[in-house]
Design a protein around this ligand. Sequence first.
Ligand SMILES: *Cc1c(COP(=O)(O)O)cnc(C)c1O
Length: 225
Amino acid sequence: MSVNTNAYQSIVSELNKANVTLVAVSKTKPAQDIQEMYALGQRDFGENYVQELVEKQAVLPQNIRWHFIGHLQSNKVKYIAPFVHLIHGVDSARLLQEINKQALKNNRIIDCLLQVHIAEEETKFGLDAAELDAIKNQLPALTHVRVCGLMGMSSLTENRQKIEAEFLSLKKMFDAFNQWPEGIRSEKTILSMGMSGDYQLAIACGSNMVRIGSLLFGARNYGTN
Ligand SMILES: *Cc1c(COP(=O)(O)O)cnc(C)c1O
């Protein structure tokens, strides 16, 4: 058994007090671990890889809310469009257009978060302020996606002040996002920010959704993915 039940329960009570939603990040972990955490009451799970998500979705309870948190390629949207609950990492207008198209085919509206680039590393994906604005202008035409908020990842560093500054910059963009007309965004909005190593700092900086993997399921047996 690799689910850390004690950690799960203490994190859940901590997050409930702060009104923060927990996405349990189950990438690379077996369906059995997810089933175990489902039995504890968890319903929101996050996955990074399309094929892995599709395989797990097929064998696990149908009322799980699946979050796609990885880098999504346009040609793979069709595989998750029938069931995905929230796509966190939308980082281009083209990807949003494809999600809209696949949502239409499935006769549903798909909830999305726009990923903002806040880290210093060039390798991290995400939009800058100008690209965010360009997407905003396209939204009235995209009738089958609903933009619910923003998502971001901090730099991989031990420097807390740097992480805090990045989180605060994302919070500032989120405040601006909340000023968008309600017609082009959801009423209740989401700021998806914070992982195992920095979720408390993220919440202090205004996050209302955290994505936690290794604290709950144990370390993953490969790199930093
Ligand atoms: C893997 C991953 C997480 C979870 O990371 P942990 O450090 O294990 O909590 C959160 N968000 C994204 C986008 C991820 O890829």
